[in-house]
Design a protein around this ligand. Structure first.
Ligand code: UD1
Length: 421
């Protein structure tokens, strides 16, 4: 299993190109199941999760072909020959559940293994299933699989979400695009990745209003057609490298980074003493003076994203003063806290909250273990700022969501290398 060896204490400076958003690319690839024509996606990131989604689509019979030499444009299309999403693929990536809505909407049936994915709590899929049932699908669970059928097609209806789930919003939005009649999805999630999906569906011929709000109205159509769609830049990758500039006391230009998509992350970083300026097709990020402890709570967009919690926690470990971090989205997402404490941090977890007492004097290098994708980057950040050598084990988590992270960081002056075996 690969690990990163980091010798910390070097301020980063230079340019980092932010790739296409993983969490936009995955539902967009699933949207390829909605049409018999070709969906061409540009700005596709090269990540382990994208390979997993590609394998999943291919075993449904759909071709996923690189359309340019750099492999960042994928052309997706072809007849669906198999409607089962098998355990061996789905267990690697929870977002595999996103094929459920499109498969049922297009073919009237699907059998999808119950998902696994990141090790951050129970993560049920009840909202996805209830929504499809409300649209007329019959759903049964058997042998670890979700079996959904709608032999006469899905029917439009009104679905009120008890909680704005990102994945359930995407699944039901895709299903509603081909349903018979009008579907209203209320209290839905409105992350930029959902807007990106909705924009692509519209380009494919879907009729959607309310895009970007918490209420989507979809007039179902009989068929969708092909389209070409550029994937938005990854706001979590942007925020993660902004933290790298801040924690090392350096300055980075994040090409393609957007302040409007960062929302609460930009506000929180600024409050902590980080300057962020939109210029030259991206964001310039630098630490002004010292970092200050700040409190934040993870919430659905436009609130502070759970996917940035670990990175900000690493930053708070070296800030002046205390910080209270409350995790409202997932019940078990502080796996990085004990690892950061092994590097000299002072973090106490009380239920859904963590108190970080910052140490402006810094952390010290240690061997640590990544527990999930974003936690891994939190540990890398700690390693970049720490005195001495840090080894981050299990970077396969990080590879799911950060393309060549060690190369991007090394090009800006970090002393970081990937060690195999
Ligand atoms: C997506 C993101 C993930 C991010 C998360 C929250 C992708 C591929 N993944 O995950 O990176 O951390 O949004 O921003 O885009 N829930 C239920 N029942 C459901 C669905 C969800 O109870 O049917 C709960 C979950 O357990 C969790 C919360 O709702 O506590 C949020 O989950 P959700 O928004 O669905 O996250 P994902 O789509 O899985």
């Amino acid at each position: 299993m690969d690990r990163f060896r980091i010798r910390g204490g070097r301020p980063l400076s230079g340019d980092i190109t932010i790739g296409g958003a993983k969490n936009a690319a995955l539902p967009l690839m699933a949207a390829g199941l909605l049409t018999a024509e070709r969906l061409v996606l540009t700005n596709v990131p090269k990540l382990a999760d994208i390979v997993t989604m590609r394998l999943l689509l291919e075993q449904h019979g759909v071709a996923v072909e690189p359309a340019t030499n750099d492999g960042r444009t994928l052309s997706i299309g072809g007849p669906i020959t198999n409607t089962e999403a098998p355990y061996d693929i789905v267990r690697k990536m929870r977002a595999s559940i996103l094929v459920l809505g499109p498969l049922v909407a297009r073919t009237g049936e699907a059998r999808v293994s119950l998902p696994g994915g990141c090790n951050i709590g129970a993560r049920p899929v009840d909202l996805h299933l209830k929504g499809l049932e409300q649209m007329g699908a019959t759903i049964t669970l058997d042998g670890g699989y979700i079996a959904a059928t709608a032999p006469h097609g899905l029917k439009g209806t009104t679905i009120v979400f008890p909680f704005p789930s990102v994945g359930a919003t995407e699944n039901l939005l895709m299903a509603a695009a081909l349903a018979d009649g009008q579907t209203v999805l209320a209290n839905v999630a409105r992350e930029p990745e959902i807007t990106d999906l909705a924009d692509c569906l519209v380009a494919m011929g879907a009729r959607i209003t309310g895009i970007g709000s918490d209420r989507l109205t979809i007039e179902g159509v009989k068929a969708l057609h092909g389209a070409t769609h550029p994937i938005i830049a990854d706001r979590i990758e942007t925020g993660s490298y902004a933290c790298a500039a801040a924690i090392t006391g350096g300055a980075l230009h994040l090409r393609n980074g957007r302040l409007d998509h960062l929302g609460a992350v930009a506000r929180t970083l600024r409050e902590a003493g980080v300057e962020m300026i939109e210029e030259n097709g991206g964001l310039t990020v630098r630490r002004l003076n010292g970092l200050h402890g700040i409190d934040f709570i993870t919430e659905p967009y436009p609130g502070f994203p759970t996917d940035m919690q670990a990175q900000l926690m690493a930053l708070m470990c070296v800030a002046e003063g205390a910080s209270m971090i409350t995790e409202n989205i997932f019940e078990d997402r502080f796996g990085h806290a004990p690892e950061l404490n092994r590097m000299g941090a002072n973090i106490k977890v009380h239920g859904a909250s963590a108190i970080v007492r910052g140490k402006p004097g810094g952390l010290s290098g240690a061997p640590v273990m990544a527990s999930d994708l974003r936690a891994s980057f939190g540990l890398v950040l700690a390693g970049l700022s720490a005195q001495g050598t840090t080894t981050v084990n299990r970077v396969y988590h990080l590879d799911r969501g950060y393309e060549t992270a060690e190369l991007k960081l090394a090009a800006c002056g970090a002393d970081i290398e990937r060690v195999g075996g």
